[in-house]
Design a protein around this ligand. Structure first.
Ligand code: F6R
Length: 615
């Protein structure tokens, strides 16, 4: 999510500001909304930070200009999670005495209660961030006589959540201290200089030798060396120095050839983080939906297909039909027909899609409605027109094709559906617990699939390379998966696909089927399964090549298929309802490998932009 960098050096004739500035420039690819640098020199902290692009901030503030002789710098690119992207919320954050500076990547989940405790002890906070509690906690522990290292250990032991943090203190000019839990941190070693960063590209031109911190490890960095400790026991730990032989391009992609592949592999963690979205936020959506007379759901592209899956889940528990309307059609179709007391769920990864924003702006003026937005970007334009906002925690998505954001959007909609079921009492507590258990398992199911089924997908692609037209067919909730899986192949492999209802396909599309025409059936064993078998037979009888996406123990669709892609998840209703999350990575991978096989760049589909700001 955020990018962090730190350096401590005894090298002569260097500009610490220039090193830090160039390092955060190399982290730009991750996406960010603000940045900042602090140096620790002569008992004082020197800070420059603001929101906006690094180059613009550099023009205004001269980010490479710090007192000559500074040998310590921390730097940060922020991707807002708590608090809008403003100067005050940018990192670094300081304690009350301006002696301790901290940059942080991750989320401190219990920051509100810690902030209340610290406020009660007289600490003054400047920002809305979760990060700012860290320097104040350290300050508080040091006021009891603890040294910097022990105070940091005690502080992180009080924090729940994920963090990669870097700390410097004006009274400790010979070290910087870093700690990691769940957010990545690497330490680079050079002659007379030591670096730390959230990922390797930040220091790759400076050194290729590094240590990778594990969870619950701390490192004390001094020029040219580092010592490592276990946060729980305080014991020193020894670590292996690793030689990096990637080039900068490969390093930015975490060793993957493309961002899209990296982002598909990030889905399990993106889901785990999104499962931790505060319960009050989910509840606020559920309450607004329950008290509305009419509920609409609107979005574009992949976000619209997430809304098709979500509509199905929420309708099931709400007992009332949710209308999904593409954002560009919203105003046209509902002109003079949008009733008061409606709730509109708007979904947009970027929060900047102009048609989605126009739909909710129009709706707000046209009737008395509540706007409930789901986005991946804190402070994005969409949030300004919203009564309630939920931010998915997918992290920056660089590949143009949406992947990890899709699964997190469906996950949020499923959480809202389950909250509605609980509040309405339409499912027993045991049933809700079973759905929640299945939801919490989705990251593991995807992780398991990604760890073993890549060869199978690559083989399928090899056999399909010459095909130019495809059907993606399904029934029920899986129509969303068919449409989204098909969209991926369309946009990045430039194949023509029709993502359609398997039942409806016999009313026209089936006339296209000839020998060897590839048809991908999405077939979880839910209430539509038996009828889908009939559809598979119709297409097989006409010579279609049947590729099916099924659960591990599937038999009937398997027997009719030329190839199956198997998802190892229980064959029951809890997991079936969540199959839009667990089945989609297989189709994303299929599109990815197909795109590579036909010589296209999956990260840069032709004619497409990551954010569409034109009507
Ligand atoms: C497809 C894709 C697009 C977006 C669409 C909406 O892979 O990325 O279809 O989903 O442009 O974008 P957001 O979600 O930012 O509103």
């Amino acid at each position: 999510m955020c990018g962090i960098f730190g350096v401590i050096t005894n090298q002569e004739d260097i500009s610490i500001g220039k090193i830090a500035l160039e390092a955060i420039k190399r982290l730009e690819y991750r996406g960010y909304d603000s940045c900042g640098i602090v140096t620790n020199y002569n008992g004082e902290l020197f800070i420059k930070k603001d929101s906006g692009k690094i180059d613009e901030i550099h023009k205004r503030l001269k980010l490479d200009d710090f007192p000559e002789g500074s040998k310590i710098a921390l730097a940060h690119t922020r991707w807002a999670t708590h608090g809008a992207p403003t100067k005050i919320n940018s990192h670094p954050h300081l304690d009350c005495s301006n002696k301790i500076a901290v940059v942080h990547n991750g989320i401190i989940e219990n920051f509100m209660e810690l902030r209340n405790e610290l406020r009660a002890k007289g600490h003054i906070f400047q920002s809305e961030t979760d990060t700012e509690i860290i320097p104040h906690l350290i300050e508080e522990f040091m006021s009891t006589g603890l040294d910097l290292k022990t105070a940091i250990l005690e502080s992180v032991r009080k924090c729940t959540g994920a963090y990669g943090i870097v700390v410097c203190h004006t009274d400790y000019p010979d070290c910087i201290i870093v700690v990691r839990k769940e957010s990545p941190l690497v330490v680079g070693i050079d002659n007379g200089a030591t670096y730390c960063a959230s990922d390797i590209p930040a220091f790759l031109p400076l050194t290729r030798q590094c240590y990778i911190l594990d969870d619950d490890e701390m490192a004390i960095l001094r020029p040219g060396g580092a010592k490592f400790f276990d946060v729980k026991t305080n014991d020193e730990v020894s670590k292996n120095l690793i030689q990096i032989d990637w080039n900068i391009d490969a390093a930015e992609k975490g060793g993957y050839p493309h961002f899209m592949l990296k982002e598909i592999h990030e889905e399990p963690d993106a889901l785990r983080r999104t499962l931790k979205v505060p319960e009050e936020d989910i509840k606020a959506f559920a309450e607004a939906i329950l008290s509305a007379d009419n509920i609409y759901i609107t979005a574009a592209g992949t976000s619209f297909y997430a809304s098709l899956a979500g509509k199905f889940i929420i309708t099931k528990f709400l007992g009332k039909y949710l209308q999904a309307i593409e954002c560009s059609e919203f105003k046209t179709q509902l002109s003079n027909a949008l009733p008061d007391n409606s709730a509109i769920i708007a979904i947009s990864q970027s929060g900047e899609t102009v048609d989605t924003i126009e739909a909710i702006r129009w709706a707000k003026n046209a009737a008395n409605v509540k706007i409930l937005s789901i986005t991946n970007i804190v402070g994005s334009s969409m949030t300004r027109y919203s009564d309630h906002v939920i931010v998915t925690r997918a992290g920056p998505e660089i590949g143009v094709a949406a992947t990890k954001t899709y699964v997190t959007q469906v996950l949020i909609l499923a959480l809202i559906g389950l909250k509605i079921a609980t509040m309405k009492g339409v499912e027993s507590e045991d049933e809700i617990n079973e759905y929640c258990r299945a939801l919490r398992k989705t990251p593991d199911i995807i992780e398991n699939f990604l760890s073993k089924d890549i060869d199978l997908i690559q083989n399928i692609v090899k056999n399909l390379e010459k095909s130019h037209n495809f059907f993606f067919l399904a029934r029920g909730i899986s129509i969303a998966t068919a449409k989204e899986g098909g969209l991926k192949l369309k946009e990045i492999a430039c194949r023509f696909i029709e993502g359609y209802s398997a039942a409806h396909a016999k009313h026209g599309p089936i006339s296209l089927v000839r020998d060897g025409f590839p048809i991908i059936f999405i077939a979880p064993p839910d209430g539509t399964y038996e009828r889908l078998i009939g559809n598979v037979m119709e297409f097989k009888a006409r010579g279609g090549k049947i590729i099916s996406l099924v659960v591990e123990e599937d038999k009937k669709v398997t027997d009719l298929s030329d190839v199956t892609i198997r998802i190892d998840q229980p064959a029951n209703k809890y997991y079936n309802l969540l199959s839009p999350i667990t089945f989609i990575p297989a189709l994303q991978l299929l599109a990815y490998y197909y795109s590579v096989a036909v010589g296209l760049d999956p990260d840069k589909p032709q004619n497409l932009a990551k954010t569409v700001t034109v009507h």
